[in-house]
Design a protein around this ligand. Sequence first.
Ligand SMILES: Nc1ncnc2c1ncn2[C@@H]1O[C@H](COP(=O)(O)OP(=O)(O)OP(=O)(O)O)[C@@H](O)[C@H]1O
Ligand SMILES: [Mg+2]
Length: 461
Amino acid sequence: MTGRILVIDDDEAILHSCKTILEDEGHEVKVAAGAAEALGALREKSFDLALIDLRLPGTDGLEILERAVAIDPDLVVIIFTAYGTIESAVEATKRGAFNYLTKPFTAGQLVAVVAKALDYSRLLRDNVRLRHELKQCCSVHQIVGHSAPLEMVLGLVAKVAASDANVLITGESGTGKELIARALHANSARSSGPFVDVDCAALPSTMLESELFGHEKGAFTGADHAKRGLLELANGGTVFLDEIGDLSSELQAKLLRTIQERTFRHLGGERLLHVDIRIVSSTNRDLQAEAQQGRFRHDLLYRLDVVHIALPALRDRPGDVALLVQYFLQEFSRSAGKPRIGVAPEALSLLERYQWPGNVRELRNAIERAVVLCEGHTVRTRDLPSYIREQAQLGKRIHAALGYKAAREQWVESQGKAYLTTLLTQHRGNISAAAREAQISRKSFYELLHRFSLDASQFHS
Ligand SMILES: Nc1ncnc2c1ncn2[C@@H]1O[C@H](COP(=O)(O)OP(=O)(O)OP(=O)(O)O)[C@@H](O)[C@H]1O
Ligand SMILES: [Mg+2]
């Protein structure tokens, strides 16, 4: 890859040799003998890379580094140092220089370090583009993504947030149900009121009852003082009933009454208390099916599910992975104190192909780990957990496993359908392209589609 390079040094001989060597490699090179000239050049046009001498008469190289980066925050910088000034070079990398080169250096060393820096610069610019998209996309409460399925959800959130309708959010674990619940609250007229989060799966039924409804002193053994319930504390705001499918039948009945009458009593209490709450609930179960089997009350479901928001699994919107990666990279590079970490294209492509059974939460964890492990400024394939690297290569594995019929069969049985669905989504129903990626013949691909009752035409768009 060639690039636009600025070389800043007071030594004419260095400037001359850098220019000759780098131009021979096809780069566009400008040289500057001092700070003023260099900064002027940077203001005038954009460079991919600057090579800066640490010792310049009248100015400190570090100062030029800082001013150059202030002009173009995505400029990649290499520092020239002489023997004995390594410490300042290390200081320079802390302040954002990509690398340093100790004088005297050979043409080979210069060419190699420049090639690496330009690779990084390209990566940085790709990541900058993604960061820019990121800024534009997540206007609704830090919910990142621009895929069609997510846009639909966000449209619905914007539409129903302002109303007082109860909302049921469904979706697999880690798809962002709680995030959506908070967004609904934040964009509602109740946003200045409380948002009370109740995990219905965390407590045994009797404890949950007293948490929700509160109790009077002496209502049960151990109730040595009166306590207000969470429903009361949420007055004027939103209650988020997480894992609503775990609510016992007694509590289902009691909650139904509260919703219908907008009143309830403390445990052991007489007084009727009025509440004004909006209920947002969530579940990763199929409550319609549970209601049919008599495990969840129809009438309660009907009251909770006035508006239904179904969150798509991450594997059904691979187009959001790049933005989410960028978002979490920013979050974790900030907290790890590492500057501007980017992701290498091969690593991103693995992440886009992975199935994400744990959805966005799993992706977030993978990026947190990668930021800690990665060396330098880039997350690479080797920084990702091995199971991600392996699963993303499954297409290749089907191929490799052909000789091991039993292993192949087992894999196809457990993961085949999800894998085919992802491939078809990515390739918009194009069988040739999908089969090529899976490294199997079109004929075998058709057989698999038939086996899982999948219809490629449904993925055309
Ligand atoms: N679209 C998104 N943009 C940014 N962050 C997201 C997005 N979706 C989910 N997350 C993040 O992923 C993590 C999991 O999200 P959340 O807790 O809302 O999932 P959940 O559906 O409630 O999961 P569970 O069913 O396991 O409770 C959180 O850290 C959340 O901030
Ligand atoms: Mg949750």
